[in-house]
Design a protein around this ligand. Sequence first.
Ligand code: ADP
Ligand code: ZN
Ligand code: ZN
Length: 789
Amino acid sequence: MAAGRRQELAQVIVDIPHRDLDRVFHYRIPETLAGEVEPGREVWVAFHGKLTRGWVLELEVATAELERAFALQPVEAVNGSYRLGHDLLALVPWLARETLGTKADVLRLMAPPGPPVRPAAWVLLAAKPDREAIAFWEGIDPECADLLRRLSRAPQRRMKYASLTGKGGGVPPAVIDRLSDAGLVTVRQLLPKLAERATMERAREKAHQTETIADPAAKPASITNSSALPPLFPEPALTPDQKQAVHYLTEALDAAGRGGDSRPFLLHGVTGSGKTEVYICAIREALARGRQALLLVPEIALTPQTERRLRERFGSQVALLHSGLADAARRQEWQRIYRGEADLVVGARSAVFAPLPRLGLIIVDEEHEPSYRQDNDLKYHARETAMERARHCGAVVVFGSATPALETYAQALSGRFQLLKLRQRPAGGQLPPVDVIDMRDELAAGNKGMLSRYLLKAVEERLQRRQQVILYLNRRGFSTFVICRECGTVVTCPHCSISLVYHRHGEQLHCHYCNFRQDVPERCPHCRSRAIRYFGTGTQRIEEELRARFPGVPVLRMDRDVAAQEGIAPVLDAFGRGEAPILVGTQMIAKGLDFPRVTLVGVLAADASLHISDFRAAERTFQLLSQVAGRAGRAREPGQVVLQTYCPEHYCLQAVQLHDYEGFFRREIELRQQLGYPPFARLARVLFSGPEEPLVRVAADTWAEILRQQAGAVTMGLSSGLAQPEIDVWGPAPAPVAKVENRFRWLLTLRVKGDRLAALRAALIAAEGEYSRRRGRPAGVTISLMLNP
Ligand code: ADP
Ligand code: ZN
Ligand code: ZN
């Protein structure tokens, strides 16, 4: 090493799915790659003798000790096609800690979609480029032609990427990118593509077109055409509420532009109150200031209508990221965003990691949706991640919802979020009246069917008026519970206040938090009636009842079975064309549906989701039913909603009936406080799964024992001396879905009062360490940790 020259080392996170390896490893930067190894770059390094992908977190000046301590190996290759921005890099340690995942797990989410491409493959020559192709590229892009020429002369069929792109190699990585549509491609894939493009270009030239090179990000034809049509969503004049919201958001954008911080916003307004219109205005303001915008939507809300509306306003600046895209298309969109060619990115959960270089506004629409949390792999929540990312890139954050998550609304009331309200529906359209039908009366009147007399009569009226009806069976959660058909009492756990779940096997009721069990009671514990039984119903039964009552009237059905056999779209299309006046379905039809001829929505078992074993049961039910009710009012004809229930006096259903979010919030937050559930406590979950249930039990029991010992030690003051909050350990108990793909699942639930997530995290990490030191651990059991379930 030349004297006086400061040698730099790369701190690399290697892409190995192992928690014990979740730390930086040091690598030497060889002369040929000096200047190309930078923080945020993907590199390939030798790890335990294998060429492995990794990412550079930081550079560090080499010291004699470091050099001595590690026999430093060199970085083998750099992937020049992308570099993670500093705002994304800053998320890496934070998100790994927040989710109890590894830094490699986080980085994998940020990398371009699709499997990694090994550098050796990048320069594996499959065919030699022909001279004509080189001559052609000479005219368009001399640098690319030069690369092709060199490849055609390569002595071996294999070349190290580093030797092509490194110092002395002379080919800037960007040149390789420019030649590829998707960024990371192998040369093997690249050559046929080049030939193809050359042919295409020649044809174009013949057609006397002026364009010199095809733009891979060119707009699809349909969009170019649509600008000729009158817009479907003309821009309205804003209402005073909307104006005020846009005003505050614009102010915040300006403050952010000056480097100031702003509180996140909560935009609260019912479906149809014009939230999307506010987003659009805010996005435009962000773009006008040279910043970019990210709009997150739940997967299901990414309808063609939303897309059309945004494209009408923002044209080819829009990029879409969703799970429906094929790998290649996803990669292509990713590269477009990375190059800064898309100023508005619309996508589901994982789009929160989209590589926007000038991000200035992040909107999370329907922020309460559970789909923003990823349940497998890295268990992150897009809402929290958006907030943290915004802090690092100086972006303004907006959460929007008609029914905000309880935690979010509590933040808004406490002033940590800024609350913006939209109070009316600008396009008119009243919220529909909601009738609540007490099913206990039906039983008393001798009606044992699933449809109340009131609802049947309402259906009959719609049939006579040639309007359409949707009957929605609330079956969320899948599990069944036991209810008294006379007084509506549902059997709950004496320890957790959570509904007990009926298990046909053994005729027992189980608590899925603490594993309390009891036999199915013969009489209602409240009113002593014998009409107490488990509640489980199907869409087929409703269909049969309808056919019996209205012979000859076609009925369409949409549930899991139909979706698996025919798919969802054909059934919905048929209903849209009016092929049947009645559609019966499960939660699959609750969202994203706009059928103008539907004037009646009936919800059967409106209370079913109140009794799933989850502390958020009431919140989820309120959100779901409000959504359904919001839909019915969008028709031109006035709509009506009928809710059938065994507990009409439940505050959740009453709030739905009155379209009263605030009322619901006040009752629910009070209960959460009394029972010690979030936001007044923090929960964590440990999920054990494996093919052999006894082994799964052993693992779960061992963990429970370790955690309880720790908690005991804390209570008895044996811990490190600092006052530690007390942690409750519940279970183990079978998971709500007790068996998935032949793997048995058991759960431990942990709770700490207050906002002391760090204590839960520490307990879990300590338990994990202790468990890994135990001898005779059961084989084949997967253990997965989740904070804030
Ligand atoms: P949300 O996102 O809250 O459901 P939207 O922004 O989609 O509401 O608005 C609902 C309907 O009202 C849309 O058809 C939209 O075009 C229309 N709309 C929104 N704002 C206005 C306004 N200020 N004046 C008239 N119509 C409006
Ligand atoms: Zn009873
Ligand atoms: Zn319990």
